[in-house]
Each structure stands twice: as C-alpha cells, then as structure tokens.
Design a protein around this ligand. Sequence first.
Ligand SMILES: NC(=O)c1ccc[n+]([C@@H]2O[C@H](COP(=O)([O-])OP(=O)(O)OC[C@H]3O[C@@H](n4cnc5c(N)ncnc54)[C@H](OP(=O)(O)O)[C@@H]3O)[C@@H](O)[C@H]2O)c1
Length: 358
Amino acid sequence: MASSSQNGLPNQEQKGGLSFVDYLRGLSILIYESFFEKITSRHLKNPLPLPPLSDLIVILTGPTSEIGLEIARNLTFSGAHLVMAARNTKAAHDLINQWNHERSYSSSDNEAKLLDIEVMKLDLLSLQSVVKFAQEWNSRSRPVNVLINNAGIYSMKPQSFSEDEFETHLHVNHLAPALLSMLLLPSLKKGSPSRIVNNSSTGHFLGFVDVDDMNFTSSTRKFSGFKGYTSSKIAQVMFSSILQKMLPADSRINVVCASPGSVRYTNVARDLPKMVKCVLQPLSFFLYTPKEGCRNVLYAATYPQVQDYTKSLKAQDSLVCAYINHDCSFGCVSKEAQNLEGFHESLGEDIGYDWTSF
Ligand SMILES: NC(=O)c1ccc[n+]([C@@H]2O[C@H](COP(=O)([O-])OP(=O)(O)OC[C@H]3O[C@@H](n4cnc5c(N)ncnc54)[C@H](OP(=O)(O)O)[C@@H]3O)[C@@H](O)[C@H]2O)c1
C-alpha cells in the first residue's frame, strides 16, 4: 500500500532525490541537447512559419525579455491579439511602440494597421497580483485561446522567499503560473479548443519534488539555485499532467509543456558568477539564440498537430501531458515526472474543485 507523506499526499517511495542513474540520465539528456540541438533541429525554419492567427487571443507571461520577447514578436506580427502579461509594463509599452514603428516602416501601405496588442500588469512573485490579473481578465467575459506561461527565473543568489512565503523559483516557475492557469480556466473554456502552454525545461529531467519540503527548509535537502530551478520545473511538468488529466475531454482545454532547448544570451542565467559565465562562453557557439529557442513554444501554441496529439493522449487516458522537445518533436517527460500515482485523486479532492463544470 502507498505510504502517506506528511502533507497527506500518497508517496510510494519516500526518497530524498533522484537516483544516481536517473540523475546521470538527466544530465546526459541536457548535455546532448546543449551540444547537438542545432544539428537535431536543422530541419526547422527560422523563424518558424506560423498559421494565420488573426482569430487568436493569446496571454503571454514574461514577454519583455529574450525567449518571451521573440514569442511575443512572432505572435503579434502574425496577427494574434496579444496580451503582454508583464511585471515591467513600461518595457512592454516600449516594445509595442518599437514594433509598431518597425511595422510602419516595412509596410508599403502608408496607413499600416497598429498591432493588436495590449499590456496588463502581472507580478508572478505575488499570488495577489495573479488573482488580480485573472479577475480583471475574466471580468471582461472575453475568451482566451492560448495561455503561454513563459516567465521564469533561475537565480544563483542565496535562497529567498516570496511575500507569500514560498521559495522564489517554486513561486515564479510553478505556483503562480499554476494558479494563473486555474483561475483563467473559465476564459480558456470560452476560447476552446484552447491551450495552456508551459515553457518547460530539459532541466526538469534533473529535478525532484519533495512534497514534504517544497521550500527546501528542512535540513534534509540543501538548497542551491540549480536544485530550486530544476525542482520548480519538474513541479510545473507534474502539475501540467495532473491538470490535463483532471480536465474533462469535452472542456477541450489542452495542456502542453514545451522545452525551448538551451538558449544563449538570455537573462535567465543573469546571476551566474562571472567565472562560470566565462567558462560557459565557448559553449554558446552550440546553443540556440532566443529567436531559435522560441520556436517550439510557438509550435506548441499554434500548430494544429499539437491539438491532435493532446487529444489523442486524452483519448488514451494518458497520465502525462504532451511534451514538446526543442526540435518540435513530441517527447516524453522525465521518469520522475511520471511518478504521479495517487496525486490526481488527492489533488482533485484537496482543492475541492468542481472539474465537472468544465
Ligand atoms: N534560457 C534557456 O536556456 C532556457 C532553457 C530552458 C527553459 N527556459 C525557460 O524559458 C523561459 C524564459 O526564459 P528566458 O531564458 O527568456 O529568461 P529571461 O530572459 O530571464 O526572461 C524571463 C522573463 O520572465 C519574466 N519574469 C521574471 N520574474 C517575473 C515575475 N516575478 N513576474 C512576472 N514576470 C517575471 C521576466 O520579466 P522582466 O523582463 O521584467 O525581467 C522576463 O520577461 C523561462 O521559463 C525559462 O525557465 C529557458
């Protein structure tokens, strides 16, 4: 019989982390991706051609930097109605001005239409900000066709906690996007068939969720930025699988995780020590640029094949959600992320959510 962890979630094996073999497997997947991603994805066009998007309403978090900025740019230039959910609203408005300017220059038409884009404030380090954002959007009674949870952090600074008292990686990379997804379900239902696309990471193959110590505050697991990041990313993947499983098929809301690959020059590694940055510099030759790294999230958000794939997983009653590799192929989440036995039922009961309303 499954044992029960301190917080009541069934936990088949009470273990403190990944096994050595699983860790080595994860590490080799990450190293292989970093060195060979440009070769394995050479069939992909850059930029990725997108289907017509003029009927699509997309909410994108973290649209003001690197991968998110490229996702935003591609979506808005392809005609989607884009909601930039940004913590730095000024940076978002500056980008819109710049893009409208670019567009008017490149257009032969003197009265080039302005981009269909807006900015809403969202700080993922505050659950209150997430609730406010969702309430504001839901009150408009407008649908959402795609929610892209792109914003994320990877900090090498000493361990820190949010105002809601969660470890910051856990908060920004998993808890806040999960809450946002849940609160926007009514609007996603209105926009169905719709998608929740979570910008995942191959780093999740090295992550481990300790349900008794999500905040790394017990003395059993020593915190590091790397552990904080990878744990938050596997938690995001596991939540995505649970959400996909709990949503009734006729809700037509699809949940997808997309791993952008290893991307150079991004701010996600802004806190790395200078020494480490120097050592990693030669490696950047092998890595994607943000323009290349945005392609699989764009693919996950807009290509019809992805919808068909998630539908087929649902029909098979799959326990895990769709996972898209850096080269836009369909992949599989880590072995550890598939360790969900008991979670679906417990979570459904624990949060008292009426899934049948979708
Ligand atoms: N770079 C890689 O190699 C890589 C690999 C795998 C996965 N990823 C994932 O890709 C995503 C984007 O990463 P990136 O490399 O483009 O990093 P980035 O340049 O640091 O961008 C992160 C975005 O998240 C936003 N953000 C951070 N904290 C936030 C908060 N509290 N509230 C709202 N927004 C917040 C940032 O806003 P500001 O613009 O205001 O800073 C920024 O727009 C992340 O989820 C990351 O985990 C990246």
